[in-house]
Design a protein around this ligand. Structure first.
Ligand SMILES: Cc1cc2nc3c(=O)[nH]c(=O)nc-3n(C[C@H](O)[C@H](O)[C@H](O)COP(=O)(O)OP(=O)(O)OC[C@H]3O[C@@H](n4cnc5c(N)ncnc54)[C@H](O)[C@@H]3O)c2cc1C
Length: 402
């Protein structure tokens, strides 16, 4: 275990945040050792006793490409899962099942599956981060989501050391969400079970240590999202292969997004806005070029529904947060378009700013503090709300302040 450990290399924003405690885990035996560690136990007990205050003294950190620390010191315990390995488990005429351990780099894993000519992950090429984090926010890009390839997720409870498998259905995947996201916060119910844990939080200490994927030997390529088809045509590729699509996605991403390690970012800082049809029509009248996609909001799992019923988080009536259950069609409006139209694209203030090629991306140019990003986030949210009456919410995981 390390103390006062610098996380500068472990968050793609590149903020110089220090963690009071830090432990890398390379094997499941390391996990068993961790749960006997005194510092870990005291952080875990503090976390459990303060669940209702929405704080966490334990953070599972992988590639740090979807994390924002609000302060420069994290007064808790950072667990860094880094188990390695890729195994082919099963194969038939149509599909291949592959187990990938959490510490493998996502983009390398995608390259590996593409090199085997397996369909399913090609549109998710070059997303930063590790495999263990991919199910957490159900990563997605260019019309694909990881949920469509995940067969099951292997977890280990950092309180008890018990392993548990979540089937695809049990993961409760939805748009940039799953049962694993905001584990401490969204499942913080006050009722306790017989072991003293808040009801509904038994998975709250779940560390994903491996993911089983089912990929197809023959599949249909998804070319109709973003610029994929145009890019292929411009490059005279009339009959694209799986490898062409992965290469195209990489090329388009490289043109649009800041390079990890060069300019600090977490990719899309905000989730896309999901609005009612009425709200969409109101905006379309004023801005006929507003881009939009229909969405069907899926029903919530019972636990999350309880939390929303007791805490309520839908501030503005026209906005349907992705957590709010709706049976009718809603409309997705890209938040990048809203931010751009509110005049923020390319904006810079000291060490931080809005990426000039994609307004959804907030950037840190170096030498700044997390509070500068948080200030910019609030200004953008206020300005978008003032202009369109739409609340945009962060996609990034903002670590709770202690
Ligand atoms: C330039 C750039 C582009 C991006 N593009 C996309 C994109 O196209 N689509 C997209 O969906 N995302 C995108 N992202 C966001 C990010 O890459 C993904 O969310 C990625 O899955 C995060 O992986 P990570 O290993 O960095 O996780 P981290 O940032 O370390 O963690 C993310 C969350 O997962 C939890 N977590 C991490 N590992 C585990 C584990 N093993 N078990 C349990 N919980 C865990 C953490 O506690 C945290 O809540 C982008 C980021 C950047 C910087």
């Amino acid at each position: 275990m390390e103390k006062d450990f610098s996380l500068r290399e472990l968050n793609t924003f590149g903020f110089d945040v220090k963690a009071r405690y830090f432990q890398e885990l390379k094997t499941l035996d390391d996990v068993q050792e961790l749960i006997r560690n005194h510092e870990f136990i005291s952080c875990r007990d503090a976390a459990l006793s303060r669940l209702n205050g929405n704080t966490s003294h334990i953070l599972i950190l992988s590639g740090g490409s979807n994390i924002l620390f609000p302060d420069e010191f994290y007064d808790g315990f950072v667990v860094y899962p880094n188990l390695k390995g890729i195994d082919i488990l099963d194969e038939n005429a149509e599909t291949v099942m592959i187990r990938c351990y959490c510490g493998e780099v996502w983009k390398d894993f995608v390259d590996y599956t593409v090199s085997l000519n397996l369909y399913g992950l090609e549109n998710l090429a070059d997303i930063p981060g590790k495999v263990g984090a991919a199910p957490v926010q159900n990563i997605g890009a260019y019309g694909a989501e990881v949920k469509d390839t995940v067969y099951q997720v292997h977890t280990i409870d950092l309180a008890t050391g018990e392993t548990k498998i979540f089937s695809n259905e049990e993961c409760n995947f939805s748009y940039r969400n799953s049962i694993f996201k905001n584990q401490w916060i969204t499942h913080a119910l006050s009722q306790r079970d017989t072991t003293g844990y808040p009801v509904g939080t038994r998975h709250a200490l779940s560390m994903i240590f491996a993911v089983d994927f089912v990929l197809k030997k023959h599949g249909e390529l998804k070319l109709d999202y973003g610029n994929i088809r145009n890019y292929l045509i411009a490059n005279n590729i009339t009959n694209p292969t799986l490898k062409d699509v992965a290469a195209t996605v990489k090329a388009i991403r490289a043109e649009k997004l800041p390079e990890v390690g060069v300019v600090g970012s977490v990719g899309s800082f905000f989730q896309n806005a999901i609005v009612t049809m009425d709200k969409y029509l109101e905006i379309k009248e004023l801005y006929p070029d507003v881009p939009s996609y229909p969405v069907e909001i899926s029903p919530l799992p019972a636990v999350a529904r309880d939390v929303i019923n007791t805490e309520g988080n839908n501030k503005h009536k026209n906005v349907i947060s992705s957590e709010v259950e709706k049976s009718h069609k809603s409309i997705k409006i890209p938040s990048g378009w809203l931010i751009d139209r509110a005049g923020w694209k390319g904006y810079r203030e000291n060490h931080v700013g809005v990426w000039d090629k994609q307004a959804l991306v907030l950037v840190h140019y170096g030498g700044g503090k997390p509070s500068e990003i948080l200030d910019l986030m609030k200004k953008i949210q206020d300005s978008v709300y003032k202009k369109f009456g739409i609340e945009i919410n962060p996609e990034v995981n903002i670590v709770a302040s202690l």
